[in-house]
Design a protein around this ligand. Structure first.
Ligand code: NI
Length: 164
C-alpha cells in the first residue's frame, strides 16, 4: 500500500492529531509504511497527518542515525538558545525557508514496539523533531515565518499551480 502525502490546502494538515490509543501490530505497520513513504519522498521526517492519519505519530530518519518512530510524544524541554536553519516539508513541495527554532529539544515518546524512551537532540535531529511535532498540532513551518515571507511563498505556490 502506498501512502499519499497530503499537501498544503488539505484541511487535515490543520487538525490537532488525536493520541494513539494503543500501540498494536497495526500501529507498528503504519509506522513502517510511514518510514517507507519517507524514504520514497526523500524526506527526513513525516508526521501522521501528512499521510492522512490524524494520530500523534511521526517518523524521523536523518543521515547517520537509525530511523526513529515517535508515538504520543511530549516535549519536555527546549533550549532558550535558538538557531535559524533552512526547512522544507513533503507537504509543501519545492518550498524552502529559514526557520528559527530552539537549538535543542528533550522529548519523551513511545516507539513502534510500545517502549517508552526519552531523547535529547540537537542539530538536524532536534530540528526535524520540532518540525514534525508541529504537524501534530496542525502547524506548518511556513506559519513560523513573517507574514511578508508567508505571502511570498503562497504567491509562489499559486504561480506554480497556475502553470501546472
Ligand atoms: Ni513537514
Amino acid at each position: 500500500m502506498d501512502m499519499r502525502i497530503l499537501t498544503l490546502g488539505d484541511e487535515l494538515l490543520r487538525h490537532k492529531a488525536e493520541p494513539v490509543a494503543d500501540i498494536d501490530s497495526e500501529m507498528a505497520q503504519t509506522a513502517q509504511l510511514m518510514l517507507d513513504a519517507l524514504e520514497e519522498g526523500k524526506g527526513i521526517g513525516l508526521a501522521g497527518p501528512q499521510a492522512g492519519i490524524s494520530k500523534r505519530i511521526f517518523v524521523v530518519h536523518v543521515k547517520e542515525d537509525a530511523p526513529r518512530v515517535f508515538i504520543n510524544p511530549s516535549i519536555i524541554e527546549t533550549s532558550q538558545e535558538t538557531v535559524k536553519f533552512e526547512e522544507g516539508c513533503l507537504s509543501i513541495p519545492g518550498i524552502w525557508a529559514e526557520v528559527v527554532r530552539p537549538k535543542t529539544v528533550k522529548i519523551q515518546a513511545w516507539n513502534e514496539k510500545g517502549r517508552p524512551f526519552t531523547l535529547e537532540a540537537d542539530g538536524i535531529l532536534a530540528r526535524v523533531i520540532l518540525h514534525e511535532y508541529d504537524h501534530l498540532e496542525g502547524v506548518l513551518f511556513i506559519d513560523r515565518l513573517s507574514e511578508f515571507k508567508q505571502k511570498r511563498i503562497l504567491e509562489k505556490i499559486a504561480k506554480k499551480k497556475a502553470k501546472a
